[in-house]
Design a protein around this ligand. Sequence first.
Ligand code: SAH
Length: 242
Amino acid sequence: MKILRLIALLLLTTFVAGVQPADSFEMQRQLMVREVADMAAETRSYTGKNRFDERVMQAMGRVPRHEFVPESVRSHAYANRPLPIGNGQTISQPYIVALMTDLGEVRENSVVLEIGTGSGYQAAVLAELVRHVYTIEIVEVLGKTAERTLGRLGYDNVTVRIGDGYGGWPEHAPFDAILVTAAPEELPPALVEQLKPGGKLIVPVGSQQAPQSLKVVSRDAAGRVTMRDVLPVGFVPMQSGE
Ligand code: SAH
């Protein structure tokens, strides 16, 4: 009897030790999703909406953000703020990732381009929702690390390219949505050209001296392009490849 109880206890400890970290990340992630929802409600006067698309929020609740950040900041992985990922770059704030994904109005069969892979987190959130994500990163070590993380987690509908994303990715254009996660000083014309009719380009535009403006550029069915400003934001600058 005693020995049985000992075995049961041993099994229990192994079980608890084995699942606790994952469980606590899961709990933290659900809290993060709630914070994002609260912030979405607080910023409705900018965005014109009280809440983000339910599918976007579900994707935020599934992607393991802790897998995309360096070990040193893993305990903060589910804080609603940007975190350093090395090479002077950051993983965007979860609220911003959710907002940009929501503004992209993506569907299951969408093909999406992201400029600024960084950690790969935004690409993973998109990959949960669309057919394929093409993503370009200018810093080789970041792009390679993101590619490995995405592969390890089973995101086989993401293609990472190392290079300058300013000119987009003409070979796979046009896109249903383009998300730019580094700020150019002016709107990159090639990205507007690579939008499908009905497509959305979400891009923070501005210099580093003042807050940038997160813009939504829409191409309508007739090909006409319109633009609106959504929110003042602070992204890392878009670098030039030359
Ligand atoms: N989307 C990322 C956040 C990236 S931060 C995430 O989810 O983690 C912005 C990234 O854009 C940085 O990694 C930076 O190296 C990259 N970047 C800057 N200029 C670029 C350019 N011209 N082309 C491609 N990537 C660029």
